[in-house]
Write a protein of this length. Structure first.
Length: 259
């Protein structure tokens, strides 16, 4: 783009309250430039003027900015570890009424996966998962609960059989009794108040897009949100190199205990 990206970031913050300074710049600027070029716009200023006047393009920009890649039981071996090692620890430590937060939940695959896994140990009526994301539109998709069959590929067949209705050969819808266990809310990890006294926080494959400074700040807030000795579950590319600096200890691979 011909004009100043720093000025553009300030303008976007005023419009959306999304702080682009907290995202890895090269990665995010490349994505934004591609989106702007798609509309055959050649300057940041013109694009800002356009999204101010056009709510559809503004919504497209926010949706594009908040990278939504999700699937049920992503990295199944980690979900197996959650079931076999982490949940038994949490049940022993905090009882069965766990307070669970699925942060940056995207289309709902993750919180619904948590509900289905927990249903092996307790009735659905006793399960409640808080699920948050910055993207209001993506939360509406999560509440609707319609999924392409490809997103279910890692999910145990028993869950598909028990908790989904086949719409057609490529689309499934999750049942209302599972939906009822999840409370979806809009939430910005960078500026909004976090839930407190959580037993388990799941935030996976999101923080890789943030700067190191923003990541550290989010990890500190996660730590404050957890009960002592509760667990944070992160994505397969998000291992915390020195967890003790953030008041965590490694519990299992990709699982960290608050100390």
């Amino acid at each position: 783009m011909a004009d100043n990206y720093e000025v553009f970031k300030e303008q976007i913050y005023h419009i959306t309250k999304i702080d682009l300074n907290s995202y890895k710049e090269r990665q995010m600027k490349r994505r934004i430039d591609a989106l702007i070029a798609k509309h055959k716009i050649t300057s940041y200023n013109t694009y800002v003027d356009t999204i101010k006047k056009n709510p559809v393009m503004l919504e497209e920009f926010v949706n594009y900015l908040t990278i939504n890649v999700s699937e049920f039981y992503r990295n199944p071996e980690q979900w197996n570890l959650l079931e076999k090692e982490v949940l038994p620890y949490l049940f022993t430590k905090f009882g069965n009424g766990l307070k669970i937060w699925s942060a940056a939940c995207s289309t709902g695959d993750e919180p619904y996966s948590l509900v289905m896994l927990l249903s092996k140990y307790m009735p659905l009526s006793r399960i409640k998962v808080i699920a948050t994301d910055i993207d209001k539109q993506i939360l509406e998709k999560a509440r609707l609960g319609l999924y392409n069959v490809k997103s279910l590929k890692g999910l145990p067949q028993e869950f598909i059989t028990k908790y989904f209705r086949e719409i057609n050969s490529s689309t499934y819808q999750i049942l209302d009794n599972v939906k009822a266990c999840v409370e979806f809310k809009q939430h910005d990890l960078l500026k909004d108040t976090y839930p407190n006294q959580c037993d388990l926080i799941v935030c996976r494959n999101v923080l890789i897009y943030f700067t190191e400074e923003a990541k550290d700040e989010i990890y500190k807030k996660f730590n404050s949100s957890l009960k002592r000795e509760a667990i944070l579950f992160v994505g397969s590319t998000e291992q915390i190199i020195q967890p003790q600096n953030l008041q965590f200890a490694t519990y299992k691979s990709f699982f960290y205990k608050k100390i």
